[in-house]
Design a protein around this ligand. Sequence first.
Ligand code: F0G
Length: 469
Amino acid sequence: MSFSDQSRKTIIEPFRIKTVEPIAQTTRQQREGFLTDACYNPFRLRGGQVTIDLLTDSGTGAMSAAQWAAVMLGDETYAGSESFYDLERVVQGITGMKFIIPTHQGRSSEHILLEAMNTAGHVVLANSHFDTTKANVEYLKGTPIDLVIAEAHQPNNVHPFKGNMDLDKLESHLKELGDHVALIIMTITNNTVGGQPVSLSNLQAVSALAKRFNKPLILDAARFAENAWLIKQREDGQQHRSVRAIVRDMFDLADGFTMSSKKDGLVNIGGLLCVNDEALADRCKSLMILTEGFPTYGGLAGRDLAALAVGLEEVLDDAYLEYRIASVAYLHKALTSIGFPLINPSGGHAVYVDAKALYPHIPPTQYPGVVLTNELYLAGGIRGVEIGTLMFGHPHPETGVDCPAAMELVRLTIPRRTYTQSHMDYVAEVMADVWGNRHQAKGLQITWQGPILRAFTAKLAPVGSMSSV
Ligand code: F0G
């Protein structure tokens, strides 16, 4: 048996703790003050005011002893850092990609690649673009189109691969748009629709279409290992294969990938941009000098490159992935048994609560998702993130009234190797109180918003309160 003993029901955290960091323990009265000062927007809270931070799994994980040891060995040479060559060897070994370019995080990889591929005036087809990818396509005067399968928008549909591309739609778009299509992106796992995986057979079919229509296929590989693990668990014929072999199959189908290493790279900062085409790699390397620096450090310190090389190997460990996906499923199961409406099935990095179904009395224009993040913070100092009308809605240009988002979700995102099972039990206990108070929850209104990405900075107040006028 390569990982946990199958005769035991308990899947343990496959590590013990060597360094600890205290977390804030606050009273409800203190939290009421903090939230009022934060204008009812949890993005405006400080780290020291949060007990369990489930805002994101990006850059919030814990590094291993081996990664910290690698940090000390990082080579800080400006040009030709040895740490770069170590990382290059590891990434080539895992993915088979030829040209390896480090960047400071995922979105800079996206920007450089899209610019190097000259996507201006062209269409980019994806299962789902992540927000930053979509924003970069649009910033560079292209048009992003999402073609995820219809099941992805049905919270109770337990399709095992809700991250998949709709193949019929992809084919018809490729036929109709012809030369206007610049590239195809597959986001693995598909964060936007709930951390849901893409199957290997779907990737194979997308790759075949990309070849037939002569379009490059790029993976957004932020959570590549979680996707591979879910393929191993859920896809016929994959159970007896190693995660490493599945990962290699995924990358072999693509012409390149962008990666935020802050997720499955198991580091706190970093990104990768890797392609097989030498001319394209050269264009990327020229462009990156503007924003990232020399191509052998890519906006990172040598020690960051060294920690990433170790993290990319560690993330492929079966025992780690089994624990990781089980810890997300554990919280998913606990919240289901309380009665919470969730996105099903449990996915790779987070549990997503359907706040619209939880609070049918609060209209989308009063931000039920933000209401839930507020309730959760007040009840137990837990921070989640709204993915709904505050994040994606926008005021109608004439009436000023918000056009609602498609869904009102709250993402409880689990950082890697950071919290234990008792932390998750605590989250479930607090959520049970939130559930009990659901009929009393009241809507919010915006009192101030910025012109772009308003969710990060907006100020809100309870509907009808003095401060909202
Ligand atoms: N692609 C995906 C699928 C992501 O989830 C993210 C970041 C990025 C690209 C951008 O990477 O942050 O390193 O620039 N997702 C974070 C999140 C922010 O909370 O889901 P980055």
